[in-house]
Design a protein around this ligand. Structure first.
Ligand code: GLU
Length: 402
């Protein structure tokens, strides 16, 4: 989503948060917009890091490697991180990074060099008390490991809290790999209780880290996952897909459409399937004004960042489809990143069960903080979440400068 459309949305809802025009302007203005050109094996890749408001704590957010990365989008994503950390109630500001590259065509050596070059370009502005990166689209625990190693080499010290989403052996947290999807499932279960929904069918759009784990966890939590898609195609079986088999197939062939026991459908047909929950878990802009009318779910659980455009949001709200917005629904990722950073800072590590319990507690609390306001009406859930977050960010800033 363009940064400009976020500004328009913010201007519309700012009065609900009771902030002054000057405070709105500060909220909309990044603290830093860093750009660099990374040179790897004779090629040049544009790279970015954007930071928004550290009033509540150091900047925090992932780094994506994707051919469509551009500064304006990184700005939007960094801004959302600031809102998301406030909604999730973890003590961070907003940050996001990106490199314009197709990592799928790089060799392992090139990928490692690119990851190290990113840290060399920005390390002075990064660190456990400044700005803490993490994985995002197409970046992995291995990439976090190379970045950590580069940072520690440059700084001449052990600093595991520099980055989150690391492999467990280097100070990663239990369940960080599934945290985005698991946090989403916890929020979804709360919403279903409130709406009294008993039928459990799911459609998952996207089959990367968030989408694949969502399909797996939804199946484990008693959902029938009837359709999924990846960038190469979509599959559907109204009796439900066998998710472990599907994951095997995806890992072997890199295409969900290689799964046999289902019919191939188009991605437009996938969005229109009747279901309890539709889970957009790919890139932004999946649900737009042109296809929002066909959505036939009771709930949209946004595991991707920005999958629903503002106009689509209005259309869905008008049809009483509950959109659980990205800034809440996918905040399990940054929440367990927070737990990882805490564990790194204290040098003591929690068990799988402890992290799960803490994540559930955070997600249920975050949902519970917003639901009563949403229930009162007339605003959609995203607006309610934004207003809650903006009050917290501006409130923290007022304590510093007011
Ligand atoms: N990239 C993830 C997000 O968009 C996680 C960020 C983090 O863990 O810092 O929320």
């Amino acid at each position: 989503m363009t940064f400009n459309s976020i500004q328009i949305f913010l201007e519309r809802i700012a009065p609900l948060a009771g902030i002054t025009p000057q405070e709105l302007l500060e909220l909309q203005t990044p603290a830093r917009e860093l750009t660099a050109q990374l040179h790897v094996h004779g090629k040049t890749y544009p790279a970015y890091r954007v930071q928004f408001s550290n009033a509540r704590g150091p900047f925090k957010g992932g780094i994506r490697f994707h051919p469509e990365v551009e500064l304006d989008e990184v700005k939007s994503l960094a801004f959302w991180m600031g809102i998301k950390t406030a909604v999730a109630d973890v003590p961070f500001g907003g940050g996001k990074g990106g490199v314009t590259v197709d990592p799928k065509i790089l060799s392992r050596e090139e990928l490692q060099e690119l990851s190290r070059a990113y840290v060399k370009a920005f390390y002075q502005h990064l660190g456990p008390t400044k700005d803490i990166p993490a994985p995002d689209v197409y970046t992995t625990p291995q990439i976090m490991a190379w970045m950590l190693d580069e940072y520690e080499t440059l700084m001449h010290q052990s600093t595991p809290g520099f980055i989150t989403g690391k492999p467990l052996e280097l100070g990663g947290s239990k369940i960080r790999d599934i945290a985005t999807a698991l946090g989403g499932v916890y929020v979804l279960e709360e919403a279903m209780k409130k709406l009294n929904l008993r039928e459990k069918t799911a459609v998952v759009q996207g089959f990367g880290n968030a989408g694949m784990n969502a399909a797996k966890l939804l199946a484990e939590h008693g959902f029938k996952v009837i359709a999924v898609c990846d960038s190469k195609g979509a599959i559907y079986n109204k009796e439900g897909l066998d998710i472990s088999e599907l994951i095997n197939v995806k890992e072997k062939t890199d295409m969900v459409t290689s799964y046999k026991n289902a019919q191939q459908i188009t991605s437009a047909e996938l969005l229109a399937l009747p279901c309890t929950v539709l889970v957009p878990a790919a890139l932004s802009g999946a649900i737009t004004k042109d296809n929002a009318d066909v959505v036939n779910a009771k709930i949209v659980l946004e595991l991707a960042n920005g999958p629903t455009t503002p106009q689509a949001d209005e259309l869905l709200h008008g049809r009483t489809i509950l959109v659980l917005p990205d800034i809440l629904a996918n905040s399990g990722g940054v929440t367990v990143s927070y737990f990882e950073w805490v564990q790194n800072n204290m040098g003591y590590y929690w068990t799988d069960a402890e992290v799960r319990e803490k994540l559930k507690d955070k997600m249920v609390t975050a949902f519970g903080n917003l639901w009563p306001e949403y229930e009162k009406g007339p605003h959609d859930f995203r607006t309610v979440a934004y207003v809650h977050a903006i009050k917290k960010i501006v409130g923290a800033q007022r304590l510093r400068s007011g």
